[in-house]
Design a protein around this ligand. Structure first.
Ligand SMILES: N[C@@H](CCC(=O)N[C@@H](CSC=O)C(=O)NCC(=O)O)C(=O)O
Length: 277
């Protein structure tokens, strides 16, 4: 593992690393914020999953989360959003909603994607093992959050691994990828045309069969251009109602899909997770 960047930030450190990933079959970068408390001992850790077109750096440079992470003594790990590098296939037409920057946090089963696109295993297994080995974090105190495609990733990963995370939150998540154009394109390519296999990565479907419940907070702007066609929080809300799942979904007036929205409310999300970590 190679350190490629470091900055002092709110008394802690904002760091960036490159490492070989056996799961993704390529080199990957990730960012980690260590709060000042990490100099005295281990701290809890929040995993942040970003959306379409992002690398690990969008959240680090735009969300302003470090101030709150330092306040609550929480480390934040931000992975990239897809495998990268020569030999990693991309959308044949170069569209932003599939391929590079659009791994959708699934394990692809279809050629040519399955050689590299295994972001689910990377985020759930390989990256936490690396983080727990090399940084002063408590691997038993983990939470997960994300935005848009990353919100979908955070919700599905938490719902599939409820014992692993103490809490989950999301900003403007894709709530049912089986029922929106971004998700249908990604799942059909990564998983194949059998829609039954897609439900394993659909938070609205997973919620209906959840055996354990986690604290879950979602913020959604009502001026978000993607709200009706791609995000569909009403589908998750309906599933939560049917399953009796304690979902806290807040519609935020006037907010769009951007990192200005995330920066405005990230303090609330860090405070939410700190209660359970
Ligand atoms: N470029 C696209 C829109 C892409 C976009 O909005 N990406 C979002 C995530 S969308 C869902 O996963 C994002 O986080 N962008 C990075 C940023 O720094 O804002 C278009 O033209 O519509």
């Amino acid at each position: 593992m190679e350190q490629i960047d470091v900055h002092r930030c709110f008394g802690g450190q904002q760091l960036r690393f490159r490492h070989p990933s056996a799961v993704l079959n390529c080199d990957m970068t990730f960012s980690i914020y260590l709060p000042p408390q990490a100099e005295q001992g281990v701290v809890p850790v929040l995993y942040w999953l970003s959306g379409l077109t992002c690398t690990d750096e969008n959240f680090v440079t735009k969300a302003g989360a470090q101030r709150y992470a330092a306040e609550h003594g929480i480390a934040i790990v931000a992975p990239d959003t897809s495998p990268r590098g020569e030999g990693v296939p991309d959308d044949p037409e170069g569209n932003y909603d599939f391929g590079l920057g659009a791994g959708f946090y699934v394990n692809a089963t279809q050629a040519p994607w399955s050689n590299h696109y295994r972001m689910y295993d990377y985020v759930v297994e390989e990256l936490p093992a690396l983080i727990n080995e090399h940084f002063p974090v408590d691997g038993d105190k983990m939470a997960i959050s994300g935005h848009s495609m990353g919100g979908h990733g955070a919700l599905t990963i938490a719902l599939k691994n409820p014992g692993r995370y103490r809490s989950v939150s999301a900003f403007a998540p894709i709530c049912s990828p089986m029922h929106c154009p971004w998700g249908e394109k990604a799942l059909a390519n990564y998983l194949g045309s059998n829609r039954e296999t897609w439900s394993d990565y659909d938070s609205s479907e997973l919620m209906r069969s959840a055996q354990r419940q986690l604290p879950m907070l979602i913020d959604q702007g009502d001026a978000d251009n993607f709200l009706q066609e791609q995000l569909k929080p009403e589908l998750l809300q309906q599933a939560a109602k049917e399953a009796g799942y304690p979902l806290q979904l807040r519609m935020q007036p006037g907010y769009d899909h951007s990192y200005f929205f995330i920066a405005s409310l990230i303090g609330d999300h860090l405070r939410f997770h700190a209660q359970y970590l």
